[in-house]
Design a protein. Sequence first.
Length: 129
Amino acid sequence: MATRISEKAKARKQNADKRPHATAKYVRISSSKVKIVADLIRGKSAEEALAILMYTPKAAAPVMEKLLLSAIANGENREENPMSRGSMYVAEVYANPGPTLKRYVARSRGSASPMLKRTSHITIVLDQK
């Protein structure tokens, strides 16, 4: 029996983080590879982070660039207190591991070896200077 569902929902909504953010789930890149790119832009201004991602030769860079543009758009188009693009900076970036797709690849003498295709969930949180 659930009790006080509406009260708990209100409390959760009040304590929710109000900063603009964007999340990409089930991205087919290992989270350890995404974290290398995430370390490059953490703490930088939004414009500087976009420039860094544009010229980073890693597989995660285009995905992170698209995600950062989405987070910037979320910050500019907020109902209450919209932010300007120049005043935003990357407050948090994290990549958590998602589900792993388990496949098998053929090996010699009729055997098979597992192949783990890893996924990740990437989140970018922006804030004002």
